[in-house]
Write a protein that binds this ligand. Structure first.
Ligand code: SF4
Length: 307
């Protein structure tokens, strides 16, 4: 499979089957905390990347087999999905094929473009991010494309709320010493009161970030922020899904697809593949010996990835 991956355990969406709509690290932002590394194609120009037909072919193959349970089909992947001009057609086709709810993971930075709002509105849940409403912090944290304007993005998010009846689960990612001070949070809170998301997901740096000096908040600090933001705020906690014990003949292929997209711990992989721990350990050992995967320690956890 080239464009679909998982299901992966998502802290926000349960078991999520990912659709990757843009080439690796094609994004309008270059966030210092990005788990995919630095952006290699910084763009705000939507272009014709993978088509609905190509995505559908892979999805049909996935559904034709004995597949694990999925909670969401999630449009996201290794860049900003709204940069794919086929987005509207892709969401329409996916919804015509399956009854599984469709979610879009986006940085929301292009929501001032009417075509993009129209396409994204077809999803059941939209998960935009907004880490700050301060221009200097935004530049430092998200390192946006130079043509982007923060006030336009915020207006785009407000307009989107007015037009969209589905769920908006907005994510804020906090980096220690950058967007976690009180004045930042209160300014953000007042804008959130205008955007009116259904949920506000509070996140911090969990996986190895693009820049080495990026630090996570601890649980107490996150709790303090949750209290400041109010009742819609939820700290995204570690996923606690059940293991789906199902035999699949494409475990290796799925393992490679997952590790190509993001670094994962052993437990992430076990949940994503839905197979026994011993099977995953054997595969990882084999692949490490063959030098097909790399591993490294981050905050006491061992992460596997394919570079
Ligand atoms: S975190 Fe998301 S928005 Fe930021 S650079 Fe990575 S892919 Fe782009």
């Amino acid at each position: 499979m080239k464009y679909i991956f998982g299901p992966v355990p998502s802290r926000r969406l349960g078991f999520s089957l990912g659709l990757d709509l843009v080439p690796f690290k094609t994004c309008s932002y270059d966030c210092i905390y990005c788990e995919l590394g630095r952006t290699t194609h910084l763009s705000i120009e939507p272009a014709y990347y993978v088509t609905a037909k190509e995505i559908l072919k892979e999805l049909e193959d996935f559904f034709a087999e004995n597949h694990p349970h999925i909670d969401f089909i999630t449009i996201g992947g290794s860049g900003e999905p709204t940069l794919n001009k086929h987005l509207e057609e892709i969401i329409l086709s996916v919804k015509a094929l399956s009854k599984v709810p469709v979610a879009v993971l986006t940085n929301g930075s292009l929501f001032w473009q009417k075509d993009i709002i129209k396409a994204v509105s077809l999803a059941d849940v939209v998960l935009p991010s907004l880490d700050t409403v301060s221009y200097d912090t935004w530049k430092r944290l998200n390192r946006p494309h130079p043509m982007l304007k923060l006030d336009k993005i915020i207006e785009g998010l407000k307009d989107f709320r007015q037009q969209y009846d589905g769920k908006i689960w907005l994510e804020i990612l906090f980096v220690k010493g950058i967007n976690d001070n009180e004045s930042e949070i209160f300014a953000l809170k007042s804008i959130l009161n205008e955007i009116l998301p259904d949920k506000i997901h509070l996140n911090t740096v969990v996986r190895p970030p693009a820049e080495a000096n990026v630090l996570a908040l601890n649980f107490e600090e996150m709790k303090r922020i949750k209290e400041m933001i109010g009742e819609k705020a939820e700290i995204i906690v570690d996923f606690k899904g059940e293991i789906i014990d199902i035999e699949t003949k494409d475990i290796e292929e799925r393992l490679i697809a997952i590790l190509k997209r993001r670094p994962c711990t052993l437990n992430d992989i076990i949940y994503a593949l839905g197979v026994r721990k011993t099977t995953v350990i054997k595969l990882l050992e084999l692949y490490e010996r063959k030098k097909r995967i790399d591993s490294y320690l981050y905050q006491g956890q061992k992460y596997y990835l394919i570079r």
